[in-house]
Design a protein around this ligand. Structure first.
Ligand SMILES: [Zn+2]
Length: 374
């Protein structure tokens, strides 16, 4: 997978400068009133297939029944549930999905829009070019290090999970759907640790290069597999691979699937550590971590880190003492600010409801999140 992780964000130097002005601190997550269809078409209803909702027991994670029916062809639109397509078409017809053209990716370059489309304009607002909108999450709560890891589950993941458990920490794992299929034991370990499971697409593409329908299946299949593997929980958060999203992609995630987009405010480039020609080093990451973790706590940190290689996992472990010695409070990204980790459940242990998340009153927000509201 590392060979796919090309440096989208390496090429945005000038945009990063501009971002300092555009950047803003904002509340976390979406208010349900911004959803398009929750009352008439609850998001969780899109993922009811082969589940307890239909009176069918969930297949055990890793079993043939569990993996059956998911597309082997990466990103395939074959067998897409009609309900997903109907929800997309309904949102398009209602004018909820901006008509932003798909991008192309010239070799060694960021996704590129056709002439006349400025990636920093409000109509396009590409996260690759560091354009922010208030509904996206870039920053953490003041004083908090919000933990998340991308690209798992993979063989290096258990070392990370053992460390997190040993330190009594919970993280959000932005999982790749096909990696869940291939590494169910790693998935189960994170789930048993009561960590949060979130969406990092089915095949890790640059999402702005994909059509509306392709965006839908990249997110939808990953949500379906997580739903089936977590007792019916519907993920609430997704992180675009390479941070590549725009107004169209965001809208499909939010309006059709209820997903909030999460980016980051510091990047280790740890994905490259296991590459033949890494663009960073363990020493360099240690220096960066020292700068960030001894620096200002407003806004809080969301550091892009990967459970992709033994080195990337070790880079996080090596920095842990600095997290503690500098007094950072910690939370998972999904539960920061008192948010629920799922659209229909607070976390891995609270009940799954048929209500949309804002109606949940079955579980109070985590105590640690209350402290973050000061
Ligand atoms: Zn990734």
């Amino acid at each position: 997978m590392s060979s796919l992780l090309f440096p989208a964000l390496l090429l945005v130097g000038p945009a990063v400068q501009a971002f300092g002005i555009a950047g803003q601190y904002h509340p976390y997550g979406l208010t349900p009133s911004t959803w398009y269809q929750p009352d008439s078409h609850p998001v969780h209803a899109l993922f009811r297939r082969a589940s307890k909702d239909d009176g069918v027991a969930y297949a055990s994670v890793g079993s043939p029944e569990w993996s059956k029916g998911f597309p082997a062809d990466p990103g395939s639109m074959q067998n897409m549930p009609q309900a997903w397509l109907d929800a997309l078409n309904k949102a398009v017809a209602a004018g909820k999905i901006p008509d932003v053209p798909v991008t192309t990716t010239p070799p060694g370059s960021n996704p590129t829009y056709p002439d006349g489309y400025d990636p920093m304009s409000p109509d396009v607002c590409s996260a690759t070019y560091q354009c922010r909108i208030p509904d996206d999450i870039w920053d953490g709560p003041d004083g908090y290090l919000s933990l998340s890891f991308d690209d798992g589950p993979l063989p290096p993941s258990p070392t990370l999970y053992k460390f997190l458990k040993q330190k009594d920490q919970h993280a959000t794992h932005f999982y790749i759907g096909t990696n869940i299929l291939q590494h169910p034991d790693c998935f189960k370990m994170a789930w048993d640790n009561q960590d949060d499971i979130a969406v990092h697409t089915w095949t890790h593409p640059y999402m702005t290069t994909k059509t509306n329908e392709e965006v839908l299946v990249e997110l939808g299949w990953t949500m379906q597999l997580i739903h089936n593997s977590t007792g019916g929980r519907v993920p609430k958060y997704w992180r675009p691979p390479y941070g590549d999203s725009d107004m169209r992609v965001r809208a499909i995630a939010k309006e059709v699937l209820g997903l909030t987009t999460v980016i980051w405010n510091q990047d280790t480039n740890d994905w490259s550590l296991s590459d033949p020609v890494p663009i960073t080093s363990m020493d360099n990451i240690a220096t960066q971590m020292h700068t960030w973790l001894t620096g200002p706590k407003k806004p809080g940190l969301i550091i892009l880190e990967h459970e992709l290689s033994n080195q990337s996992v070790q880079a996080f472990i090596d920095a842990w003492d600095l997290v503690v010695s500098n007094g950072w409070k910690t939370t998972s990204v999904a539960q920061m600010g008192g948010s629920s980790a799922y659209q229909n459940s607070w976390n891995a242990t609270s009940p799954v409801t048929q209500a949309k998340v804002a109606d949940l009153s079955v579980h109070p927000p985590p105590a640690q999140a209350v402290a973050s509201t000061t």
